[in-house]
Write a protein that binds this ligand. Structure first.
Ligand SMILES: [Zn+2]
Length: 265
């Protein structure tokens, strides 16, 4: 097997280098990556470099943390997976020892080892990746590996919907219509929210007095799209002329991911 990986050499430039096929540790599975989502944090990292730069300037910086693929081999302690299994993975591997982890809230572990960031900057834009089996998941029969790459942002959207109290009959406003906003929309619909409006500003600030455009979705109207809020809506106030500037870029933290697109690796 040959491997290669896309490495961020300088902000704005990625190069593909040959690399060794990782050897899975005893508790890891080796996955052949088939699809990788491009997260808003990947775009930000590509444009400006890692949000937290590596201490060692020679560290190879990979990008990509939303992926689906097939198991190639497994470590000696792994019993849940076998070669050929279609899988997706959780990109954050927590320490498993802090009080957050022990409470089951490992998603906020302060020592999480999250892909494409510190400490190892391991990116999914590669052909073969080794990952702890405890953070790898089987895909159901009716889900392909491209959809598997979207499970991670979908889970972020579902978490946001649950934390936000989305349930039957609720009226919801979602701020931001990037990938995470749209995943949150789907999650709110699946939880039974009766009226959902997604609000966003366009990449270019609107003219004075022009309301920000939004994408609306009302289930009782059969899921219409492209609804625009009335001018001067308090729910989507347009920037004033003194603050004309591009819409803020998403920052590389998990709740603000946007613009995920599945791309063949
Ligand atoms: Zn922890």
């Amino acid at each position: 097997m040959k491997n290669s990986e896309a490495i961020l050499t300088t902000p704005g430039t990625m190069k593909i280098f040959p690399s060794a096929v990782p050897e899975p540790k005893d508790d890891e599975v080796l996955i052949e990556v088939e699809y990788v989502g491009i997260c808003g944090s990947d775009v930000h990292g590509f444009q400006f470099g890692p949000f937290i730069p590596p201490k060692d300037p020679n560290t190879k910086i990979g990008l990509g943390h939303e992926f689906g693929g097939r198991v190639v081999s497994v470590g000696s302690e792994v019993t849940d997976f076998k070669p050929g299994d279609r899988v997706c993975a959780e990109p954050g591997v927590p320490d498993g020892t802090c009080h957050y982890c022990l409470e089951g809230r490992y998603n906020i572990c302060p020592d999480v080892d999250f892909m494409a960031t510190q400490p190892n900057y391991k990116g999914a834009l590669t052909h073969y990746i080794a990952h702890p089996a405890n953070f790898v998941y089987h895909l159901p029969e009716n889900m392909d590996t491209m959809e598997g790459a979207l499970v991670e942002p979908a889970s972020v959207g579902m978490h946001a919907a649950l934390v936000g109290g989305a349930r039957l009959g609720k009226r919801i406003v979602i701020l931001g219509s990037g990938c995470i906003g749209l995943m949150t929309l789907q999650a709110c619909k699946s939880l039974g929210a009766s009226e959902i409006v997604v609000v966003d500003v366009m990449g270019q600030a609107p003219e004075d007095g022009q309301a920000a455009r939004c994408h609306g979705d009302r289930q009782r109207q059969g899921g219409g799209h492209g609804r625009t809020l009335p001018r001067r809506s308090s729910a989507a106030r347009a920037p004033t002329s003194s603050s004309r500037r591009p819409a803020p870029r998403s920052r590389p933290c998990r709740p603000s991911r946007s613009s995920t697109a599945a791309a063949r690796s």
